[in-house]
Design a protein around this ligand. Structure first.
Ligand SMILES: CC(C)(COP(=O)(O)OP(=O)(O)OC[C@H]1O[C@@H](n2cnc3c(N)ncnc32)[C@H](O)[C@@H]1OP(=O)(O)O)[C@@H](O)C(=O)NCCC(=O)NCCS
Length: 152
């Protein structure tokens, strides 16, 4: 198993996978060019994520996806562990935002994130169509946060 950083010129090749985690391409394009993309490979590609540096100096996971067919095998958790290790010297906090979806929240909490704050109506205000997760409309963005320094 290895972790690789994807070159800027190659990022767009992964759009189909990124769309699984964030279903509107123009939203992905807002962070793709300024983010760093990481891949976990186990032979072939297994999981992918995009991380940005925000104005506050904190880092944010903008997109994370495990290749369908390989989910629930620990790849997502290992990719996050790699990201934490990668940014622990340069950043203080790592954030991730998600809809109010219990399974995804459990995933992030299991990776060491704790709930931070809500951005009200994020999915209504920023997406051009209603989005649903397990039949429930996504409205607010829940941010979770991890202290990168505690992981040293
Ligand atoms: C969310 C996602 C990245 C997790 O990656 P993964 O490789 O499947 O996760 P892992 O196997 O590392 O899971 C680690 C733990 O998180 C929890 N977890 C992960 N996915 C879960 C799910 N769908 N339901 C409930 N718990 C889940 C479990 O506790 C799991 O451990 P376990 O399998 O031993 O019970 C992956 O499911 C995915 O790509 N989903 C579609 C895209 C997406 O929704 N991205 C996030 C947008 S906010």
């Amino acid at each position: 198993m290895d972790f690789v950083k994807i070159d800027d010129v190659d990022k767009a090749k992964y759009m189909d996978l990124l769309l699984i985690a964030d279903e509107q391409a123009d939203m992905i394009e807002k962070y793709l060019h300024r983010g760093e993309m990481f891949a976990l490979r186990d032979g072939d590609l297994r999981a992918l994520c995009v991380v940005t540096r925000e104005e506050s100096g904190a880092y944010e996971i903008k997109n994370i996806v495990t290749v369908p067919g390989y989910q629930r095998r620990g790849y997502g958790r290992q990719l996050i562990a790699h990201i934490v290790d990668y940014y622990k010297d340069s950043g203080n906090e790592l954030y991730v935002g998600t809809g109010d979806c219990p399974a995804i929240l459990r995933f992030y909490e299991g990776c060491g994130f704790a709930k931070s704050h809500l951005v009200k109506n994020f999915f209504i205000d920023n997406y051009d169509h209603p989005m649903y997760e397990n039949g429930q409309q996504l409205v607010d963005m829940m941010y979770l946060k991890m202290n990168l320094k505690r992981k040293n």
